[in-house]
Design a protein around this ligand. Structure first.
Ligand code: 5GP
Ligand code: ZN
Length: 114
């Protein structure tokens, strides 16, 4: 997906502050952070959204979730608590069509979200 913003980050064509990387996932800081910890975790391969990732059925969704938790450990928010969010589709506010888990923490998070 040559025109995909997050594929370009994977390809290092666009810079990002990388927090953690595994063989199949990449975690980098959101350019507009909404909390002290705001990291995006993506599979390196292109999947449009969480539904497509789930259907991939090859353990990749599992690896994304594990990387999200590892990010929380790295940023020191795993004990205080953190939130993992997959905005999926326009009504949920998804703006980048490459599946990404938001990992948010480092402050009290309200519920329900807006
Ligand atoms: P969504 O709205 O699709 O759930 O989340 C997309 C996220 O990507 C937003 O939080 C936005 O700030 C972030 N974002 C958009 N463009 C870039 C970029 O070029 N670099 C980084 N690091 N984050 C980006
Ligand atoms: Zn992509």
């Amino acid at each position: 997906m040559s025109e995909c913003l997050f594929c370009k980050i994977v390809a290092k064509e666009i810079p990002a502050e990388i927090v953690h990387e595994t063989g199949r996932t990449l975690a980098f800081r959101d350019i507009t952070p909404q909390a002290p910890t705001h990291v995006l975790v993506i599979p390196k391969t292109h999947h449009a959204d969480a539904a497509t990732l789930a259907k991939a059925d090859d353990g990749l969704a599992d690896e994304v979730l594990k990387t999200a938790h590892e990010v929380a450990v790295i940023d020191g928010v795993s004990d205080s608590g953190y939130r993992i969010v997959f905005n999926t589709g326009p009504a949920a506010g998804q703006t980048v069509a490459h599946v990404h888990a938001h990992v948010l923490g480092g402050r009290d998070l309200t519920w329900p979200p807006g």
